[in-house]
Every structure is written in structure tokens, then in C-alpha cells.
Design a protein around this ligand. Sequence first.
Ligand code: NAD
Ligand code: UD1
Length: 339
Amino acid sequence: MTILVTGGAGYIGSHTCIELVKAGYDIVVVDNFVNSCMEAVNRIRRLCGVEFPFEEIDLTDYSATDGLFDKYKIDAVIHFAGLKAVGESVTMPIEYYRNNLNSTLSLLSAMKKHDVKNFIFSSSATVYGAEAPVPYNEATPVSRITSSPYGNTKLMIEYILKDTAKAISGFNAVLLRYFNPVGAHESGEIGEDPTGIPNNLMPYVARVAVGKLDMVHIFGNDYDTPDGTCLRDYIHVVDLAKGHVAALQKIKENCGVFVCNLGTGKGTSVLEMVKAFSKSCGKDLPYEFTARRAGDLPAFWADPSFAEKELGWKAEKGIQEMCDDVWRWQSKNPDGYRS
Ligand code: NAD
Ligand code: UD1
């Protein structure tokens, strides 16, 4: 079975390519490097031990996307490609809607033309919105609107896929709602490589550990949580990648629309995360408490029981392993793929 992996040079896509090859799938990888680089592809190939095809294509370009399906016999698409910075999406909504929606529509149009009916989509826990009770489970209705244009693209694409599955007989759409992916491949060869100053906690902490940033700023310590800092459901990226392999099994059973959380079911506080990373890197990382970040929710985590029941998949790696693996990646590659 051949899987088209879009955004395969990116953080989650790169780790998933490795798990797909390990599981015996053939892959074709596509990326336009808007948030990644060729070095990531070289390293994935090295780790896989396979020279899989790679195409540098912008998926918003319909004819280039269609050409992929002429060139390769694709059985399923795993669609990671997209812009993902929440804050940036607030200042650049047009670019976010254009890139994320048009790339998905290009793919679906080309798939329809070539009679490809299997699609796995990278959605996000953000679709549950601010009002949903925790833990989030798949029966919880999605929010009418999310907290950002980025989140809204996820919500809109979920609707597009559900409508497509209604209209095209035999179309399978798996919507995977990720919680907070962190961690890196155990080799330390691939990992998360944000450009500029990271917005998300784990890459920020990693840059402090490697001496590129001075200290961690913890956004708020007056939340109604055990230590006053926010709780999130951090999931190791390799566990997440394996969730996609499990989802392909579901596709083989002709699942139709299948919505599933990928999380661990455990909440970890910001402070606990900083302490765990300090242990991994062998020094106490400096931190200070600052004001809350606008839009942050105090605490959310997944109910992962549906994934376990339906996919036979469960996250296995804990917080310490996530921090150890990020430290290995960051210390071996202090400047990411440019190191
Ligand atoms: P990433 O930015 O590392 O990877 C996305 C890749 O898509 C990048 O390599 C980028 O160059 C590529 N890309 C973007 N637009 C493209 C286009 N038009 N044509 C071709 N390639 C394009 O992000 P990631 O963290 O690996 O996330 C993968 C997916 O998972 C995204 O859709 C993201 O929204 C979603 N997601 C991520 C998180 C997270 O915390 N990382 C959480 C929930 C959902
Ligand atoms: C972010 C996205 C969310 C996406 C999720 C998936 C935002 C606002 N939201 O969630 O849409 O689905 O990633 O991974 O970006 N923190 C600090 N100091 C920092 C950075 C973060 O204290 O320098 C705190 C935050 O306040 C938060 C926690 O760490 O409480 C996690 O933050 P982050 O890694 O940005 O993820 P989320 O905000 O949960």
C-alpha cells in the first residue's frame, strides 16, 4: 500500500514516515519547505534505510498536486501539510485560510479524479473549544468557532471531509485530534525545529537548556490547578506517529468518517515539565512566572479510551522520555537542521 505523506518533512510527518516504513508501507513524501528543509528528508531516508520518492510541491497548486496522482499510484493520503502557528494565524488569517483550506481542496479534487478514497487528517484538540468539559472525548460536540484562525481551519477541514465522505461512496476520512505533541526520535537525528523564538513550551524549554535563550517564562501561576500552572496532555511524537499507522488499519476496514483523539489521558503542568526537562539535561533550568498568556485554557487532556478500543493504540511514553528525547535532539543539533 502506498501512502502519500503531505508535510512529511515537518515535525510530525517526519516521525510518521519512519513508522510507516517500519510497518511495511511504501511512502511518497511531499513538502514545499515553508516550515522545514531538505535536510529533514535526508535524515528520514537515512533512518528508514529507504530512498522513498520526495516531491517539492506546493499543494495549493492544483495541477502540481494532480500530477502527483498521475505519477504515483496512491492508496491513501496522510495530510500533515499546513501552517500551524496559532499566534501568527491571528495576524495572517488570509494566508492561513488560503494555505490550509486550498491545499486540502487540491488534494481532495485530485483524489476524486483519481478515485483515491482514503484520507487521514491532522486535526487538533483545539476544535473542542473553550467550553468543553475535560477530559475531552469524541462525543463532545466541536465548538462553533475556535480561538484562532488556525483552529478554525481545522474545524472547517473537518466539515469538508465529513461532507466529502457523505457525497463519495466508500470515502474514508479519519480525523485525528492531536493533543500536545512533543518529544523527538530516539536517535536524536530528527525533531521539532521551529524557526525564530518558539511559541510552544517544549521547544522553548529546549532552547533554554541548550543556552540559546535565557530562561523559561511560565505564563501564569494562579490557575486553579495543583501548582497554579496550566495542565496539558503532552504526547510523544513517536506514539503519535504510531497512531497514524493504527489509523490505516481502520481505513482498511472501510471506517467511513472516523474521529479519534490522540492523547495520553494525563495532564502535566508547565512547572512539572520544566522540572522533568531539568532532570534530562542535568541542570536546573531558570524560570520565572509571568502574566497569563491570552487565550490559554487552564487545563485540558484527552479521554484516550476510544483510541484504545477502536484502534488498539495507546500512548506508551511518559514525560521523562519525552524530555530525554528532546534533549538528545536539541543537544546534538543546537541549531536544528542547520547545525
Ligand atoms: P510542521 O510545520 O512541522 O509540518 C507541516 C509541514 O507542512 C511543513 O514541513 C511545511 O513545510 C509543510 N507545508 C505547509 N504548507 C504546505 C503546502 N501548501 N504545500 C506543501 N507543504 C506544505 O507542523 P507539525 O507540527 O508537523 O504539524 C503537522 C500537522 O499537524 C499540521 O497540520 C498541524 O496543524 C497539525 N497539528 C500539529 C500540532 C502540533 O502541536 N505540532 C497539534 C495539532 C495539530
Ligand atoms: C498549542 C496551541 C493549540 C494546539 C496545541 C497543540 C496555542 C495558543 N495553542 O497549545 O492550538 O492545538 O499547541 O500542540 O499556541 N507556556 C509557557 N511558556 C512558554 C510557552 C508555553 O508557560 O514559553 C505554557 C502555556 O501557557 C500553556 C503550556 O505552556 O499553558 C503549553 O503551551 P503550548 O506548548 O504553546 O501549547 P498549547 O497552548 O496547549
